[in-house]
Design a protein around this ligand. Structure first.
Ligand code: PEP
Ligand code: MN
Length: 367
């Protein structure tokens, strides 16, 4: 997949790319004031939703095409670039006609391949950067598929926005970050600029900073943050927006690290530590292999004695002791339990295989 790097998008972006602006354009005056105040804190690309996908009808659905004229006026006045969400071919045509600089595909659209394909067809031949938000549900293939559809019509200025995944569980996030999904995207498409949207992940102002910092520490290429001149009075997503000034302070306090360093000492020390890690990991694998051998012996022994693979009491005992060990070693018990369950599941499957295989076909010499 051909993906241009951020600095070749022609909209003044480079890593770290910071896009900010209101969830929704509300009035021309609100858009102008917010943009001017954002410019003061160094924001050169303003986001603004003008067609808002709402979960239920009769909520504010965006001001629509009027905002495209406001955007043109604000652009003339401030020199900033603008990004808007497009959800239908008509949105694409209108946005391009009014010289919107960056388009994004929203999370609800990404969940629907028909919608994405229609948007993609409307983009054919256009030389505009397109950012694809992750789908609402944690389905990696849907996200990748949407990016592929946009790429297949010839768009090369493509980026991905990580806005978190909805969950039926009540958590401290509005949308769970599930960092492993965007990191898998970056593994499969190493050139794609990956931008974090902490506003929609958090749904509130309190967690914004830590989620943004986490994304930067994971080497994301940028952030897109909702910022409003008067957040409490915003017509949509009021609880997660921040003023341009607070955004400015937040950006000053964030640590922007680099993925590599030219420093010789750093390179030497890091490679020594990596050698140590490789060594420890090899030991971990050896230990798991030894564990599997014991599991096989036990499986055979249970089979010979007509005993079930799984025993309830033993499982309780395992759970208690492993949690206790995690605590004693200062390890996160939840993480250790998840890891242990994977190992245990594999062991059970191994023993089930032994149960289902005739003795004479088994290559195990347990006594
Ligand atoms: C938005 O960016 O305001 C928006 C609607 O986001 P999402 O598509 O991530 O829900
Ligand atoms: Mn929003």
């Amino acid at each position: 997949m051909k993906i241009d790097s951020l600095k070749d998008w022609g909209v003044g972006l480079d890593k770290p790319a910071i896009i900010a602006g209101p969830c929704s354009a509300e009035t021309e005056e609100q858009l102008l004031e917010t943009s001017l105040r954002l410019k003061e804190v160094g924001i050169n690309i303003v986001r603004a939703g003008i067609w808002k996908p709402r979960t239920r009808p009769n909520n504010f659905e965006g001001v629509g095409e009027d905002a495209l004229r406001w955007i043109q006026n604000v652009k003339k006045e401030t020199g900033q670039k603008f990004a808007v969400e497009v959800a239908t071919p008509k949105h694409v045509y209108e946005a391009l006609k009014h010289n919107v600089d960056v388009l994004w595909v929203g999370a609800r659209s990404t969940t629907n391949p028909f919608a994405v394909q229609e948007i993609a067809e409307a983009l054919r031949g256009a030389d505009v950067p397109v950012l694809v938000k992750n789908p609402i549900n944690p389905d990696f293939a849907l996200w990748l598929g949407a990016i592929e559809r946009i790429s297949n019509v010839g768009v090369t200025k493509i980026g991905a926005i990580h806005r978190g995944f909805s969950s039926f569980k009540q958590t401290k996030y509005r949308n769970l970050p599930m960092w492993q999904i965007p990191l898998e995207l970056k593994r499969q498409l190493p050139d794609i600029p990956l931008i974090c949207d902490p506003s929609h992940i958090c749904g509130n102002r309190d967690l914004l900073f830590s989620v943004a910092q986490n994304a930067l520490d994971l080497d994301y290429d940028g952030l897109i943050i909702e910022s409003h001149r008067d957040p409490e009075k915003a017509w949509s997503d009021a609880s997660q927006q921040i003023t341009p000034e607070i955004l400015g302070t937040m950006i000053k306090n964030l640590k922007f690290r680099t993925a590599t360093s030219e420093d010789k000492d750093f390179i030497t020390i890091l490679s020594e530590l990596r050698e140590q890690i490789d060594h420890v990991d090899k030991e971990l694998f050896d230990i798991i292999s030894q564990r599997m051998e014991i599991v096989e012996k036990m499986g055979l022994y249970k089979k010979q004695n007509n005993v079930t693979v799984f025993q309830k009491d033993r499982w309780q005992e395992i759970s208690d002791s492993r949690n206790k060990w995690a605590g004693e070693l200062g390890l996160n018990p939840e993480f250790m339990w998840d890891l242990f369950k994977l190992i245990h599941d594999a062991s059970i499957r191994r023993q089930e295989h032994i149960m289902n295989t005739p003795i004479e076909k088994l290559d195990v010499t347990a006594k």
